[in-house]
Unconditional design. Structure first.
Length: 358
């Protein structure tokens, strides 16, 4: 695992351009039946929803898909990756960034990256949750995985097991030639700023796209301009897109939010004003879905419940039978669906649901 490969795996040119420009990448949930087995029909329907909604990519086998999917005894990782890839191969009518989540120590992460590569995925989202690993070990692990596929870094929030990572770590991480993007999801403004500063200080900063994963501060991230002093001068850094569990619901609306952000970044004041008016609504919506009032205990089930209420999922079942909604969470999700129809895709889903469930 030592040393840097002479040539890192490269993204296809059109995929690299899409990722750099900035796009909507929903974190794909896992559809299960009442016996907690893979519901292939509804899993395919979700992927079709994201395609029809205009997403620019798919991230599967990530936190929103449930990290338990990576447990070998469940036998789910390869079938789910293959199922998603099959829908994209057959039905996608445009280039999409295909991202597979990988977890575990270096050996496991490399095996999972090899599996993803064999199924046609373009990059891996590298979970930082590794028992006993310090920053040096995480860098060497990323280096090893990067010999298989391009890497998207992931700053995971501490509440669900993510480590605190330094600015120096993110500078060193961005220096790896295989790194193409970083997802910032510490749910903390200070730590997000440290990540941005670290990446910006890297000599490869121009090659590493910043994606928000801060579901509680989506608009704040997409509108922020970070001014970072580097050895080569002052640098402006921006988040260009999002890879988000929140964008697993309301995905069509998410494409409109990102379009507004891009227009605002280009100087469109009306777009900026419209986006500003959505910021608090989107955070309120996310609060109902992600359940921060209970330490995010209902985060996965909350995504499922929104999709269940919209008819795309049959239930909220998770691989962990103890993972479910918090008291009152379903009612909160009903409230935000009524209150923010412009952000939840209800009408769009109702129009196309039967087609996607075919």
């Amino acid at each position: 695992m030592q040393g840097t490969p002479l040539t890192a795996p490269a993204l296809p040119e059109e995929i690299a351009a899409l990722l750099a420009r900035g796009t909507v990448v929903p974190a794909h949930p896992l559809a299960l039946d009442a016996h907690r087995r893979l519901d292939e029909r509804r899993q395919r329907a979700l992927t079709r929803y994201y395609l029809a909604a205009g997403a620019g990519g798919i991230a599967i086998a990530v936190h929103t898909t449930q990290f338990e999917i990576h447990e070998p005894e469940r036998g789910l990782l390869e079938p789910v990756l293959a199922l998603t890839a099959d829908v994209l191969d057959r039905e996608a009518d445009r280039p999409l960034v295909r991202i597979a989540g990988v977890v575990g120590d270096a050996a496991q992460a490399v095996r999972e990256a090899q599996l993803a590569a064999g199924l046609g995925y373009h990059a891996v989202l590298l979970s930082p949750r590794v028992a006993g690993a310090d920053e040096d070990a995480l860098i060497e692990r990323a280096r090893a995985v990067g010999e298989v596929l391009p890497v998207v870094g992931f700053y995971l929030q501490e509440a669900i097991g993510g480590p605190v990572l330094s600015r120096s770590f993110w500078r060193r991480f961005a220096d790896l030639p295989s790194v193409v993007a970083v997802k910032a999801a510490p749910f903390d403004r200070y730590r997000t700023a440290e990540l941005v500063r670290g990446v910006s200080e890297s000599d490869r900063a121009d090659a590493v796209s910043l994606y928000t994963g801060n579901d509680d501060a989506i608009v704040a991230d997409l509108t922020a301009v970070h001014h970072v002093e580097t050895p080569s001068g002052m640098r402006e850094a921006r988040f260009v897109g999002g890879l988000l569990g929140q964008w697993a619901v309301g995905t069509r609306a998410a494409t409109q939010v990102l379009a507004l952000a891009h227009r605002a970044a280009d100087g469109d004041r009306e777009a900026g004003a419209e986006l500003s008016g959505l910021a608090a609504d989107l955070t309120d919506l996310n609060s109902a879905v992600f359940d921060p009032a209970n330490g995010f205990a209902g985060v996965i089930a909350g995504v499922h419940e929104m999709l269940r209420q919209q008819g795309l999922l049959d239930g909220i079942w998770c691989l962990d039978e103890h993972e479910t909604l918090s008291p009152g969470q379903a009612e909160e999700i009903e409230r935000v669906r009524r209150q923010y129809p412009h952000l939840n895709d209800d009408a769009f889903i109702a129009e196309h649901r039967d087609e996607w469930l075919r």
